[in-house]
Design a protein around this ligand. Sequence first.
Ligand SMILES: [Zn+2]
Length: 335
Amino acid sequence: MKLKQVSSIPDELLTIDAKSLHSLIPEPTLFHLPGKQQQPLFISVLLHGNETTGFLALQKLLIKFRDQKLPRALSFYFGNTEAANQGLRRLDHQPDYNRIWPNTELANSSETQTAQEIVNIMAKKKVFASIDVHNNTGLNPHYACITKLEPHFLQLANIYGRLVVYFTHPKGVQCGAFAEICPSVTLECGKPGQAHGVDHAFEYLNSCLHLSEFSNNPVPTQDIDVYHTVAQVKIKEGTHFSFNNQQSNLLLDKDLERMNFTEIPAGTQWGRVFDHSDIPVTAINESGMLVTDKFFSLTDNRLQLNINTMPSMLTLDERVIKQDCLCYLMEKIKL
Ligand SMILES: [Zn+2]
């Protein structure tokens, strides 16, 4: 489907819910609204159809400026409205809308073409900054993600909060594509459906809209904590694990989920191991090397951390752990 571009918004957009949005905007549509400063701020929401916080925050922003001129031009895009209609991340036949952007590893499709077209259009408009808004699962704090450790990126991320994650994988994400043409962030606004998540995202979008320029001074290091992923942790194939079944090979600690985005000291126990002489998890670094022994050891049948680290994405959902991984481990970056 061809990308549509429009320069006004229908009134219904201010009141509609994410489920009904598809009926109002059935085709891929890029909106451009004028503002006092001409270089537009770009916002994308609903790249994952069930992550509604960004949509609600953007709607709040549009309501606020309904009768006044925007401080800066604003362009925005509603990602997967079809999946939003079903309350799903994506539909079975669709690619992930946050893996389709320039530099993607996915095959060419109408979705990758639309994404490329959006980036081309925004590059021509000399986009000021880009914000892509998401939600996640599990107990995670709000944080911003960046793909470049440059002052303007750090500044844009720091407006959302002190917690920042630097990442270079996966490829084809919106944030990485826009990073080639302007300062760019992804917001992770906690679980969907939380009013304080919407308020926080709205305040952030509003602040960015009022930002007249980026400062060339570095962000004060005491105001920001930047982490990067150093390993992905999986349970070893064939290991029976559980959070409550005493009969399993690996009985994981029920408090694990609370460790997300908390600096956990060396020696912390993650679980107990039965009928097993080797470590029942694997840790793989970003270049695909096995680094299990750096992070974990087995002492008196206790699985424990060897070094201080900060986990993320820990969940108590055994299905997610089997399908995906147990967690990621992060390290603080010295700026
Ligand atoms: Zn998402």
